[in-house]
Design a protein around this ligand. Structure first.
Ligand code: 8OZ
Length: 372
């Protein structure tokens, strides 16, 4: 029986515990969407996590849909991320970069030349984008041409190369939460008539080609993928998510992926409002096909995480808001110590307040050392 405090071999990466810091958009990147020294401090403070997954990071300029989110497509961004990975490694941690393209969840003001955002089909999201002008409706996207898709896949491959140059231990392909790869997966947003639309196999094609490209840079065991099979976040849905995500889980398992990261239920919301997908079945499908580890997320408490890991239902549990507000979450869970309350007003944007100033129980450099 394993505990969340037990180590785990994730391919050739040794994780000291099963508690993962979930990817969290914090909108604090500097000019040019370059990671800052403050971001390095923030991540290093959380280095006792078994694994840190970075905030979602644009693979190319067209992949942006929010202000001050970092990229991994320019030399300056790679340099900025190097500060982060060095700080995390110096603090004894491991960090994975989340590769992101927002697709239609964007606005022309973010796009090179003020162009329309790109998507599988020209269907606008009923969502607002937060721009320098405040909240505005997401722009009508244009449908990507089939001949543009190899270039998009190449952007992910180059981003993985950049992640490697920046010192990341792993990469995670973001295929969740209604962004570009999820837009291809689901039939509400994918009405294509080429080989990337229609059947479950066709709608999964782009994700699998992206994963293949990324796994030509990092070994497959150092690549993860995040999905949100029943989440409606960002105006997305599928007529029949069970066969779709069963195919995705099997295909990703067949690639020998390091982990499949599943957001259970509505992103940041109810876990069980939508019963169309059997998450345990997806985890089994992934592992039976050759996938290495499973990771679950969404509203987990310590007790839920312990039950899930000790029963063998999942190998890893990702915590978002609890890690945001508690840099020393692992130590607090071990001691059943009270948790800091998160301040939602500082989740996105701003500086150190609500970012690097959440107190640790003990100064984090004293963790594991006897009190003086
Ligand atoms: C909240 C705000 C902006 C982006 C996601 C990357 O949902 C995000 C995100 C979340 O995956």
């Amino acid at each position: 029986m394993s505990s969340i405090f037990d180590s785990l071999a994730l391919a050739d990466l040794s994780l000291p515990n099963r508690m993962v810091m979930a990817p969290l958009t914090r909108s604090r990147a500097g000019a040019g969407n370059v990671p800052t020294p403050l971001m390095a401090t923030y991540y290093a403070q959380r280095a006792t996590a078994g694994l840190i997954i970075s905030e979602a990071t644009q693979v190319c300029p067209e992949g942006q849909g929010y202000i001050c989110t970092p990229g991994i497509h320019s030399a300056e961004q790679v340099e900025g991320w190097r500060l982060v990975t060095d700080a995390v490694h110096a603090a004894g941690g491991r960090i994975c970069l989340q590769l992101w393209h927002v697709g239609r969840i964007s606005h022309t003001s973010f796009q090179p030349g003020g162009a329309a955002p790109v998507a599988p089909s020209a269907i606008a999201a009923d969502m607002k984008a937060y721009t320098t002008e405040g909240f505005v409706p997401c722009s009508m996207p244009r449908a990507l041409e089939t001949i543009e898709l190899p270039g998009l896949i190449e952007a992910y491959r180059q981003a993985a190369l950049n992640a490697k140059a920046a010192g990341f231990d792993m990469v995670e392909v973001h295929a969740a939460n209604g962004y570009l790869l999820d837009q291809f997966l689901r039939d509400k947003t994918n009405q294509r008539t080429d080989t990337y639309g229609g059947t479950v196999e066709n709608r999964s094609r782009l994700l699998l080609e992206v994963v293949d490209a990324v796994a030509s840079v990092y070994p497959a065991g150092r690549v993860g993928c995040r999905i949100s099979p029943v989440s409606g976040f960002n105006d997305i849905d599928d007529t029949n998510p069970l066969p779709l995500f069963t195919h995705v889980a099997q295909a990703l398992g067949g690639c020998g992926l390091g982990y499949l990261h599943i957001i259970e239920g509505q992103t940041g919301g109810p876990r069980d409002a939508d019963q169309r997908v059997d998450f345990a079945g997806l985890r089994r499908s992934f592992k039976q096909a050759g996938g290495q580890c499973t990771m679950v997320n969404n509203g987990y408490t310590k007790a839920m995480a312990e039950a899930t890991v000790s029963s063998g239902d999942a190998d890893l549990v990702a915590f978002g808001v609890p890690f945001l507000a508690n840099p020393d979450l692992v130590a607090r869970f071990k001691l059943d110590a009270p948790l800091n309350a998160p301040d939602a007003s500082t989740f996105y944007g701003g500086g150190a307040k609500g970012y690097t100033d959440y107190p640790t129980r003990t100064p984090f450099h004293m963790e594991g050392k006897p009190a003086a």
